[in-house]
Design a protein around this ligand. Structure first.
Ligand SMILES: Nc1ncnc2c1ncn2[C@@H]1O[C@H](COP(=O)(O)OP(=O)(O)OP(=O)(O)O)[C@@H](O)[C@H]1O
Ligand SMILES: [Mg+2]
Length: 506
């Protein structure tokens, strides 16, 4: 199959998301789309998938023009898409999700669930996408949910598979598994579109790379002709530094004191067991670990989003054990949550209101019961500029921003409100290299202003560049806390894999 996009332009009110884009996708090739947050990658693929209609331009499949009125037309033409934010029904089983909308029926129009289940299992074996067809989607880790999304596309006979930031939420092992699947799909003659901000991955998996900047194609390359720096420069249009500049920390008093904390996960299992950790004013403590080792539950418990099963939390000397998120906020603690869609924003509210989501009833944004619109507007204009949130205006609903720009908005709000403690879970997930550099600088700045900073990250690079002390979590416990000066990638990597060996630096 050959799919050609010719002269695609897509306008939204106030933005040209794609401008005269040409792109050719051919079978047996992984074609990567690279570009800054808001460059137009998801939009272009949504046009190809029939979710948006192009303002101008045409799509050809095997040299014949096609016209998609919606995703069903695209699916019928052999195009499948796994979206940046998954679209599965959590309370349905894997089989139910996969067959949704294309349910096979028996002679009397009766739903033939067995037939669907069998076809699903065949596909799963053929492409190495292991799943339990009877499991409920809500019980599955993200890596497996993603396999379900891919199976759903293959079940509909996709010849071209679009993967929009599939690795953003995966563990390193899950990413390696996904890449094996991609190679099998490629070998079976499918065309793959891959979107990612992780340049190392892009260089590993791509056959061809097209770079978009502000909606336009600015270049095409291959891994052989390129490297991380060249790709970054092409994307951003300037040199990007991968190093974080920072002076040694000057830690003062303990702002956050976590003592013997235990926390249960959603299924009632012990996710965090007896964890103790201090974060002092003027230092960055980075929690490293492969996702799913209790980091999420630990942060949720500290920030008051999840009940504790035991232990205490003190903030700036005060006992805040068991207090809710609003109380923590009023004590000067801000929090960038891991799941921005669920906990960080209200998609159908304007950006400017999302930027004061937890303080709209306080000075300077309100006096008594009166909302100070001017202060809300001024705050939004400043944050949009400082954090380079790409949007036509501060009145746009935050749900319409590109994924990375939603993340930047939440980071901007929380960073501007952190007084004594800043907790950020996966602060740069889904961000482009330029934005990562900026957010890292801001994290160091918060530290230097005297804030205590706690970062949770599954990216080893991020942990190594930011942490003044690095705490490694494994199976619900902190295995070790290492001073940055004594930390090597090998040592932290081994701890992340559960090894307590202390002299593993060779
Ligand atoms: N439904 C929409 N309504 C209005 N504007 C939109 C809509 N969808 C996207 N946009 C705008 O189009 C531009 C491109 O967004 P898009 O989501 O395609 O970026 P992206 O390259 O996928 O970025 P990211 O890496 O952050 O996911 C952005 O300015 C965004 O705000
Ligand atoms: Mg996107």
């Amino acid at each position: 199959m050959k799919v050609e996009l010719r002269g695609i332009t897509k306008r939204f009110p106030g933005v040209i998301a794609n401008r005269n884009v040409d792109l050719t996708l051919i079978e047996g090739e992984v074609h990567t789309l690279l570009g800054e947050n808001g460059a137009g990658k998801s939009t272009l693929m949504n046009v190809l998938f029939g979710l948006y209609s192009a303002t101008e331009g045409e799509i050809l499949i095997d040299d014949s023009p096609v016209n998609f009125d919606g995703p069903n037309d695209a699916i019928a033409a052999g195009i499948g898409m796994v979206h940046q934010h998954f679209m599965l029904v959590p309370v349905f089983t894997v089989t139910e999700n996969v067959m949704l909308g294309v349910e096979p029926t028996g002679p009397l129009g009766v739903l033939d669930r067995d037939q669907a289940r069998k076809r699903l299992l065949d596909l799963s074996t053929k492409y190495g996408l292991e799943v339990d067809p009877d499991a409920y989607v809500e019980d599955l880790p993200v890596g497996v949910q993603q396999r379900v999304e891919i199976l759903k596309a293959l079940y509909r006979d996709a010849d071209l598979l679009i993967l929009d930031e599939p690795t953003a939420v995966l563990t390193p092992q899950e990413t390696r598994d996904l890449f094996e699947v991609i190679k099998t799909l490629k070998a079976s003659g499918r065309a793959i579109v891959f979107i990612s901000h992780k340049l190392k991955e892009v260089l590993t998996i791509s056959d061809r790379i097209t770079v978009l900047r502000r909606g336009e194609v600015v270049g095409q390359t291959t891994p052989a002709e390129s490297d991380e720096h060249a790709l970054a420069t092409m994307m951003v249009g300037r040199e990007v530094s991968f190093e974080v500049e920072k002076t040694p920390a000057a830690p003062a008093k303990a702002m956050l004191e976590v003592n013997k904390l235990s926390v249960l996960d959603d299924r009632g299992q012990l996710a965090v067991s007896d964890v103790s950790l201090d974060v002092r004013a003027g230092e960055i403590v980075a929690i490293a670990g492969v996702q799913g080792n209790g980091q999420t539950e630990l942060v949720e418990a500290i920030t008051g989003m999840r009940k504790l099963a035991g232990g205490t939390v003190r903030l700036d000397g005060k006992d805040v054990t068991g207090q809710g998120p609003a109380d923590m906020f009023h004590h000067g603690a801000a929090h960038v949550p891991e799941d921005r869609q669920k906990h960080g924003m209200v998609g159908a509210f304007p950006i400017k209101d999302n930027l004061v989501l937890n303080s709209y009833d306080e000075k300077p944004f309100a006096s008594g019961i009166k909302v100070e619109r001017a202060a809300v507007t001024e705050n939004a204009q400043r944050l949009v500029k400082d954090f380079d949130i790409r949007t036509p205006s501060i009145d746009v609903h935050i749900g319409n921003l590109s994924g990375g720009n939603q993340q930047k908005a939440i980071v901007a709000r929380e960073f501007s409100q952190a007084e004594v403690l800043l907790i950020a879970a996966q602060p740069t997930r889904g961000l482009d290299v330029g934005s990562i550099q900026y957010i890292h600088e801001q994290i160091v700045r918060k530290r230097d202003e005297g804030c205590a900073v706690l970062i949770v990250s599954s990216e080893l690079d991020e942990v190594m560049s930011l942490g003044d002390r690095i705490a490694v979590m494994y199976r619900g416990q902190i295995l070790d806390v290492v001073d940055r000066a004594d930390a090597t990638r090998d040592k932290i990597g081994l701890l992340m894999a559960g090894s307590r060996q202390k002299d593993a630096t060779a």
